[in-house]
Design a protein around this ligand. Structure first.
Ligand code: BG6
Length: 497
């Protein structure tokens, strides 16, 4: 058998995209509650008012230098898909039962920070919020499902942004640690695996989504990143003190890229792209110090870090127990003038003529996953966890509720096969696999519902309609066999054209 006996097969979600109940149970607004819907061609926008009452919008990735006194809020004329999302808040029993039926060993979810600390700045947690997740974890236990909890997944409390631009200010470290203490103590014995920040490297694409920072200024974002590293390292130590069984990981959007040609200049560019896009973040989390290539870059750009006495030691003491990452696609970088570009997860790059792409232009590359697993394991020798992978696609629900998503099965089969090769043939240490968006949820980048990832179809549409009913897709039955056979039964390969 290729995979460990205790391999954690499962699925992944995030509260902001899945949970809904945005104004229930004492929850405060998060940075996603002021984000409208969008499409791949017309971006989602943030809505805000100025002190004179005038209404404004700005794109989430372009948000920078907002006028003084900007206050983010909702406007009646827009839909905010994250508010209701796909309503896990009221469907958690049904959804966890479906996960149990598939044979999940693990369910990755995030806790909505503003459900526990509504503005992020309270001294005491919101009991109703804590009780909700007690119920969720108890439900998981019924089915023998191990929760894997992301502490912060693109859902910083909006109160922190309004108070001091969130992670742009070091006071957020203490707020985050107060939140960690509340959940580490409360869920002791119910949760074992934690991730400190989802895709922390996505701060490279602007401060809003990852950190609630309304800025694209490199100096501000360098400190916002540093504060999160310090917070993560302190959280790892706190977790181990509260429960020595706790296992805490980092989470990076792994941007595997290739040089466009064998020109050494292309290869050097690729090394730099990999370092800046992904490894820098893994290096600090897994090794406990800033790599020289980043320090030199900061020196060249005149960027300074707000390092306080003792903090560099904290980084060393708080290295993570395992490395987790998301993997969807690969990119190509090159020095020659660009011919054709394509999209990717929070990224854009050159077109790879050897690969097909999803409906959203993400280049499908199972072999790239094997390469990524080898590269990461080689660099750190720590256990790894693929906590996101999947295909966002247009699904059609038939009248009888069935969804024939063979394209999704093909995508997942090929990626699981690549993981299997990495384990069996290359000997990497892999703990688990949680497929992204196991029950349909709102897309993070576009805010669309029609970009579906799930094994389970949720009757919810881009115009806000739908009765939220759940139905099993063909991939549901396929993944059940994968879980039951510990990855041995991947179903028949598709016929070659
Ligand atoms: C990752 C995020 O970037 O990719 C998820 O952690 C996100 O939150 C997922 O949903 C897929 O991206 P998208 O934009 O298709 O939802």
């Amino acid at each position: 058998m290729a995979f460990r006996k205790d391999f954690l097969w499962g699925g992944a979600t995030a509260a902001n995209q899945y949970e809904g109940g945005w104004n229930e149970g004492g929850r405060g607004p998060s940075i996603d509650d002021v984000l409208t819907g969008g499409t791949k061609d017309s971006p989602r926008v943030l809505t805000y008012v100025l002190p004179d009452g005038s209404k404004h919008t700005t794109t989430m990735f372009g948000v920078n230098n907002l006028p003084e006194g900007a206050h983010f809020t909702q406007f009646d004329e827009y839909l905010y898909p994250n508010h209701e999302a796909t309503d896990f808040y009221h469907h958690y029993k049904e959804d966890i039962a479906l996960m149990g039926e598939m044979g999940f060993k693990c369910f990755r979810l995030s806790i909505s920070w503003s459900r526990i600390f509504p503005t992020g700045m309270e001294e005491q947690p919101n009991e109703e919020g804590l009780t909700f997740y007690d119920a969720v974890f108890d439900e998981c236990k019924k089915y023998g499902i191990e929760p894997l909890v992301t502490i912060s997944h693109y859902e910083t409390p909006l109160g922190l942004t309004h108070a001091w631009n969130s992670w742009a200010d070091r006071r957020t470290i203490d707020c985050y640690l107060r939140y960690c203490k509340a959940i580490f103590e409360r869920y002791k014995g119910k949760v074992k695996y934690w991730l400190t920040f989802n895709e922390i490297n996505c701060i490279n694409h602007g401060g809003w989504m990852e950190a609630g920072v309304p800025s694209a200024d490199p100096q501000i974002l360098a400190n916002a990143t540093y504060y999160q590293f310090v917070a993560s390292a302190k959280a790892v130590q706190m977790a181990h003190e509260i429960d020595p069984n706790y296992q805490v990981g980092c989470m990076i959007a792994f941007m595997q890229s290739y040089p466009e040609t064998c020109n050494p200049a292309d290869n050097l560019l690729n090394v730099q792209a990999m370092n800046n896009g992904s490894y820098f973040y893994m290096d600090v989390h897994a090794r406990g110090y800033y790599p020289n290539y980043k320090l030199k870059e900061y020196e060249r750009k005149g960027i300074t870090l707000d390092i306080q006495p003792g903090e560099l030691d904290e980084l060393k003491k708080g290295v993570v127990d395992f490395i987790s990452f998301s993997y969807y696609m690969t990119l190509v970088v090159g020095t020659a003038p660009e011919k054709e570009t394509t999209a990717g997860n929070m990224s854009f790059g050159r077109k790879n003529p050897y690969l097909k792409a999803s409906d959203w232009g993400w280049q499908i590359d199972p072999t790239g996953l094997r390469i990524a697993l080898n590269n990461i394991y080689d660099r750190y020798q720590k256990p790894m966890f693929v906590v996101e992978n999947g295909l966002g696609a247009l699904d059609t629900k038939e009248e009888d509720g069935s969804v024939h998503d063979t394209y999704r099965i093909d995508y997942l089969r090929d990626h699981i096969k690549a993981m299997k090769d990495a384990v069996e043939l290359d000997g990497v240490d892999l703990m688990g696999y949680t497929m992204w968006g196991c029950i349909d949820l709102v897309s993070a980048s576009t805010g669309e519902m029609r970009k579906r990832y799930g094994f389970v179809f949720v009757d919810k549409y881009d115009d806000g309609t739908g009765d939220m009913s759940r139905s099993r897709k063909d991939s549901f039955y396929w993944y059940k066999k994968v879980c039951e056979s510990n990855g041995e039964d991947l179903g028949a390969e598709p016929a070659q054209p």
